[in-house]
Design a protein around this ligand. Structure first.
Ligand SMILES: Cc1cc2nc3c(=O)[nH]c(=O)nc-3n(C[C@H](O)[C@H](O)[C@H](O)COP(=O)(O)OP(=O)(O)OC[C@H]3O[C@@H](n4cnc5c(N)ncnc54)[C@H](O)[C@@H]3O)c2cc1C
Length: 274
């Protein structure tokens, strides 16, 4: 096993330009989970980001919250302003693993691991997050809702690092995050849902319902049209336009569609529609 130890982001980008096959490691909670079984991976080269202190803080600007590439769930849980302005981040962070994982796991690692069942990605997407990528060739910014192209495939070149995740600061009058799993803690989502509304614009994001976490434009249109979802008899068929859940070890497609419809209609009960 070969580990590269950059001392700065510039160092890290130069190393990655030289060795684009190197695997970046932030908290390591995804990278190392298969370590005992995937012996071939022991031969790979790893880029340890953990010493890059400049990538750790979350920062506030006039119009955005910017998470660093090494910002952890615990950092967000501990930030009072995040709790006030982006409460879904805190709600999702508290449901990731347990405290040990929350204090090592990063939001950027969650994005790049690209699990369709991730908990961080849906809330970032519901807040219109942008992924900020950097390489020696320069910076690129990709809206998170256009970042994934297929299962575990995304618009990141091997020589690029995520250096930040940026969310615009807005007023929200609807903010909802639900995770349905086998139990309340240490569970992988059978169905995940994040919903926001700001200035009349809905974002409905589904997890564990498709090969990638994704927005649900048909459901968003239904809501924008002012149809209270608990009165929409065909909510499940609208959901079926947006996502294609599968039967797997954790659940069935039919259960997932039904539960997502219930989460939406229960979660949005009492919300005033246009
Ligand atoms: C016991 C346990 C429980 C868990 N529970 C949950 C849960 O409830 N919900 C959930 O969503 N996840 C869960 N996870 C998964 C994991 O903790 C999260 O996905 C976490 O956010 C990963 O962050 P990390 O920093 O540890 O990523 P790492 O393991 O370091 O990296 C993950 C991936 O991202 C890449 N990467 C990391 N940083 C960068 C960067 N800056 N630029 C480019 N690529 C990068 C790595 O190469 C790798 O492909 C759990 C994991 C464990 C072991």
């Amino acid at each position: 096993m070969n580990v590269l130890l950059p001392r700065s982001t510039t160092d890290a980008l130069a190393m990655l330009a030289d060795r684009p096959d190197a695997v970046p490691v932030a908290g390591g909670t995804d990278v190392l989970v298969h370590w005992p079984s995937r012996i071939a991976e022991h031969e790979r080269t790893y880029l340890d980001l953990s010493a890059l202190a400049e990538l750790r803080p979350l920062t506030w600007t006039n119009d955005a919250l910017v998470l660093g590439a090494l910002t952890t769930y615990w950092d967000v849980i501990g930030d009072e302003r995040a709790g006030a302005e982006f409460p879904l981040l805190v709600r999702a962070a508290r449901q990731v693993g347990a405290i040990q994982i929350q204090s090592r796991g990063t939001w950027a690692g969650n994005v790049i691991n690209a699990s369709p069942a991730a908990d961080g990605v849906p809330v970032l997407m519901a807040y219109d997050a942008t992924v900020v990528l950097e390489s020696v060739a320069g910076r690129a910014e990709v809206p998170l809702d256009r970042f994934y192209t297929d299962y575990k495939k995304m618009k990141r070149r091997p020589d690029q690092l995520v250096v930040a995740i940026r969310m615009p600061r807005r007023r929200y009058d609807v903010q909802l995050f639900e995770k349905v799993g086998q139990r309340r803690a240490q569970a992988i989502a059978k169905v995940g849902l994040a919903v926001t509304r700001s200035d009349g614009k809905w974002r409905v994001v589904a997890a564990s319902m498709a090969p990638t976490i994704r927005r649900c434009p048909a459901v968003e249109r239904l809501l924008t049209a002012g149809t209270p979802v608990n009165e929409s008899e065909d909510l499940e068929s609208t959901i079926a336009h947006d996502v294609t859940p599968i039967d797997d070890v954790r659940s069935t497609a039919e259960y997932r569609r039904r539960v997502m419809a219930r989460l939406l209609s229960h979660g949005l009960r009492g919300v005033a529609f246009a």
